[in-house]
Design a protein around this ligand. Structure first.
Ligand code: ADE
Length: 227
């Protein structure tokens, strides 16, 4: 899979993409993540990418031209499954959306600034608008990094144990059961006996019951949706 990210702050991605699972996925060649600095596509000599809003008002607005030129340089090389714009009024990101995006070959992600992007970009140049939650961040960069992480960890070969993405919380509409490791007792806090019993069927039944109980308590909506 290839993910092209268009941003005016490419350095914001270097941390999240150079550690842990994302770093390994890139090194193994399972995903190619390409950062594009929109500023490099500005035609004016000051490399300006924003301008004053028509009609007046506070704040600057990201201009169409540098974004379109950047997009064009990419779309002439390959076809994109979706061109995603990160925005708090987009469709809410969730596990089913991550699953769908992880099946794509080429994804383009535009990081904008809420209120601060010419509406014609949204109307004509993007195919999908995504929000990571009902709160406003200062730009689309952190949301794009969150979405990229959720998608890349689903790609085949990224997680060591092929089954571990399948047993994630949310993946089967249930939250994960609690997990424990040694010691079996710490300051009087005990690991549930069943996990020490060596009885595989009882252990998986216990885990399933715990999953159901957690889901009922913490995400009752998940169970209602599947009934
Ligand atoms: N940009 C600013 N806030 C955002 C959010 N919650 N989701 C996606 N993009 C954003």
């Amino acid at each position: 899979m290839r993910i092209d990210i268009l941003t005016i702050f490419p350095d914001m991605f270097r941390g999240p993409f150079s550690e842990s699972i994302l770093k390994r996925a890139v090194e193994k060649g399972l995903v190619e993540i390409c950062l594009h600095d929109i500023r490099e596509f500005a035609s004016n000599k000051h490399r300006r990418v924003d301008d004053y809003p028509f009609g007046g008002g506070a704040g600057m607005v990201m201009m169409i031209e540098p974004i379109e030129r950047c997009m064009e340089s990419l779309t002439k090389e390959r076809a994109y499954d979706e061109v995603v714009f990160m925005t708090p009024d987009g469709e809410l990101f969730d596990q089913p959306m991550a699953n769908r995006l992880s099946t794509f070959n080429n994804l383009m992600v535009l990081c904008g600034h809420y209120k601060g992007i010419d509406q014609r970009i949204r109307d004509h140049l993007v195919s999908m608008e995504v929000s990571i939650g009902n709160y406003v961040l200062s730009g689309g960069e952190l949301p794009a990094a969150v979405m990229t992480d959720a998608v890349v960890r689903l790609l085949p070969g990224v997680l060591g144990d092929e089954t571990s993405a399948l047993s994630d919380s949310f993946q089967d509409g249930l939250l994960s059961p609690p997990v424990f490791t040694r010691p079996a007792e710490y300051k009087g806090w005990k690991v549930p006996d069943v996990l020490l019993s060596g009885h595989d069927r009882k252990i998986s039944e216990w885990r399933h019951e715990q999953s159901l109980e957690r889901t009922r308590r913490l995400r009752p909506g998940f169970l209602k949706n599947s009934e």
